[in-house]
Write a protein that binds this ligand. Structure first.
Ligand code: HEM
Length: 489
């Protein structure tokens, strides 16, 4: 590979272009492409160049020209995440870390550095930590979750409905998941603009990210101590009281993991689905004609614009081979979700309808597969559905090609989604429904949660936003209804 010339005069004059090794050159040492600098402005284009040059697994350079692998093939990504005997998420075995090539000050270290959380654990420790998270998740009552999402959609729409214009990213997609998560975790009173903004700041890794992290952690540790002393009927209390016996520190770290992973991914998913609904005439026509459910639109979006585009990272525990490349013990590899989802081996025609097909990589796979995917889908499905019911004539206020995204290696975020609609009066929201938790194992969770059930005042049944369509009290279990509802059949 020849380094690309960025010289305006296209001569070999070293003074007329960036010096060798400068990130302004597309390639670095060994002719490898960089996942940072100018060429990485178009990551999708870069992935296709890598696929053409190297096949399903490509060597790349991270900041400071540290070597890594980008897994581009769908099957190769699945193979990697499904083989914990060969690949681990524990970065402490990463050669670049052990030999100092990637120091503690490496810009991607916040994403890579090992932490005592289930994402980085393996074996029995992973089972212990993940079991507690899944056990606590299994207590979330899906019907109440859905009702709460409807309620918050009404609240958020009330704030802008009289104006006839809104930005659905900053006024809706960035808020709804946080409101839902605060309720799930058991701290509805903490949901406000400040928590949304500090969480966004933390995720962006700006100069103030450390202070933002401290603010978010202080809220989560306060919640942990409060619930340790006095359990309530929420995710945090069940996490604390799970037989896995998490320490306060472990509880706080897992609340942070859940809050951050869930918030960013779900906010991206909501914005992406709304964009598709607003810009793709086929989607809109089909939605109106009743041929396509919102959950199907969500699934298509999970293929085309996965909320996390790549996960950093997996690490080889032994010498091995992947996609024809020789991987050495201690090498680091990206779980390439966005490139894997458009691998021509599984999607020869990118325009083909993938709505009934859930084999995308958006939630990862193997032992670390996202345990919160049903909640993420529920927030997106219900939120989009409820918004379209309130603003049935909502339209994009700008040309589609004026929309802008910010992108990092790990995710792509729509900056704004300006819309117009007929101004409407705010709806009267009588009560704030809570999310009740129930002691019930889900089919994919390990155990029921043996938690002393706190004594709660009976909560009033809040009205559904779809007035006049109360859900049946008897019939299939809440879990079966939830499955049926989010699958769309
Ligand atoms: C659209 C929404 C979401 C997407 C796209 C998403 C995606 C992902 C991905 C790609 C992973 C890493 C998988 C791997 O390492 O192989 C992950 C892990 C995880 N997610 Fe999600 N997620 C979403 C929503 C949520 C929600 C709502 C929660 C919790 C309420 C959650 C909790 C977690 C946790 C705890 C892990 C770590 C699991 C482990 O390492 O064992 N996620 N998620």
């Amino acid at each position: 590979m020849t380094p690309e010339s960025h010289s305006l005069t296209d001569t070999d004059d070293p003074m007329s272009g960036p010096p060798p090794g400068c990130p302004a050159h597309g390639t670095g040492p060994g002719g490898l492409r960089r996942l940072y600098g100018p060429e990485a402005q178009d990551l999708a284009g870069l992935y296709e160049k890598l696929r053409a040059e190297h096949g399903a697994v490509a060597p790349v350079l991270l900041h400071n020209d540290v070597r890594f692998w980008m897994v581009l093939g769908h099957g190769e990504n699945l193979h990697m995440v499904s083989n914990p005997a060969i690949y681990t998420r524990d970065s402490r075995v990463w050669t670049a870390l052990l030999d100092g090539t990637a120091g503690a000050d490496h810009p991607l270290m916040p994403l890579i550095a090992w932490q005592p959380i289930c994402s980085h654990a393996e074996g029995d420790e992973h089972l212990r930590l993940r079991g507690a998270v899944m056990g606590a998740m299994s207590t979330i009552n899906p019907r109440d979750l859905r009702r709460y999402i409807n309620h918050w959609t009404e609240q958020l729409v009330n704030k802008f409905c009289e104006r006839g214009t809104a930005d659905l990213v900053s006024q809706f997609a960035e808020h709804l998941p946080m409101a839902a998560l605060c309720e799930i975790l058991g701290m509805p009173e903490e949901y406000d603009d400040r928590l949304v903004q500090t969480t966004r700041d933390l995720l962006k890794g700006t100069d103030t990210a450390i202070a933002s992290n401290e603010y978010v952690m202080s809220i989560l540790m306060r919640l942990t101590l409060r619930r340790r002393a006095e359990p309530a009927d929420d995710f945090t209390s069940y996490l604390i009281n799970h037989p896995a016996g998490l320490t306060d520190d472990e509880v706080g770290q897992h609340l942070r993991l859940v809050l951050l992973a869930a918030y960013e991914a779900t906010a991206n998913l909501l914005a992406n689905v709304l964009r598709v609904v607003l810009t793709d005439p086929g989607f809109r026509a089909q939605l109106n004609g009743g041929q396509m459910t919102v959950p199907q639109a969500v699934e298509q979006s999970l293929w085309d614009e996965p909320p996390f585009s790549a996960v950093l990272g997996y690490f080889a525990k032994q010498d091995t081979e992947l996609g024809g490349q020789r991987i050495r013990k201690g090498d680091g590899l990206f779980l390439g979700i966005a490139p894997g989802n458009i691998d021509p081996q599984v999607r020869p025609d990118l325009k083909a309808n993938m709505r009934g097909n859930r084999s995308h990589l958006a939630f990862g796979g193997g032992p670390h597969e996202c345990p919160g995917q049903d909640i993420g889908r529920a927030i997106a499905d219900t939120g989009v559905d409820a918004l379209l019911k309130r603003l049935p004539d909502v339209q994009l206020a700008v040309e589609e090609d004026e929309l802008r995204w910010t992108a990092s290696i790990s995710s792509r975020h729509l900056v704004e989604l300006p819309v117009v609609f007929d101004p409407a009066s705010p709806q009267d929201i009588m009560r704030r429904p809570g999310v009740n938790t129930v002691t019930r194992p889900r089919p994919d969770s390990d155990k029921a949660v043996a938690v002393p059930r706190p004594t709660l005042e009976p909560r009033p049944e809040a009205p559904e936003s779809e007035a006049g369509t109360p859900e049946p009290v008897r019939g299939p279990s809440a879990w079966q209804r939830f499955l049926r509802w989010w699958r769309g059949y």
